[in-house]
Design a protein around this ligand. Structure first.
Ligand SMILES: [Cu+2]
Length: 116
């Protein structure tokens, strides 16, 4: 009897663990306005943000210059993602690109500063 009880306990425990994992794997979507110029910018942003911790998918729309990022809420957050984008060399909403990262970009990809 004790064995059956402990087996039930183990089963209940694993169900709870599964539920906890489902909850922690929740996804959220962030849209950030950025300073991309061309397709090289698009490729760079999508590739590099794609490697960033917690990022599930990245899509940059060059028409609107909005990056849509789907991310795991237990791994990262909006502030960290914007920070990551500025480190690649692009503006993230009101946060300007990191100057050193921007300096490494291809000439045509350096967005004019006067657009602020
Ligand atoms: Cu570019």
């Amino acid at each position: 009897m004790a064995t059956v009880l402990s087996l039930v306990m183990v089963l209940l425990g694993s169900v709870n663990t599964l539920k906890a994992q489902e909850k922690s794997a929740a996804l959220d979507t962030l849209m950030v306005h950025t300073s991309a110029v061309c397709h090289m910018c698009k490729d760079r942003i999508e590739k590099e943000l794609g490697y960033t911790r917690g990022v599930k998918s990245v899509n940059l729309d060059l028409g609107s210059n909005n990056v849509t990022i789907v991310y795991k809420t237990d791994k990262t957050d909006a502030d960290a993602l914007k920070e990551a984008l500025t480190k690649i060399g692009y503006d993230a909403d009101e946060i300007p690109a990191k100057p050193k990262a921007k300096a490494r970009l291809h000439e045509c990809c350096k967005a004019p500063d006067d657009h602020h």
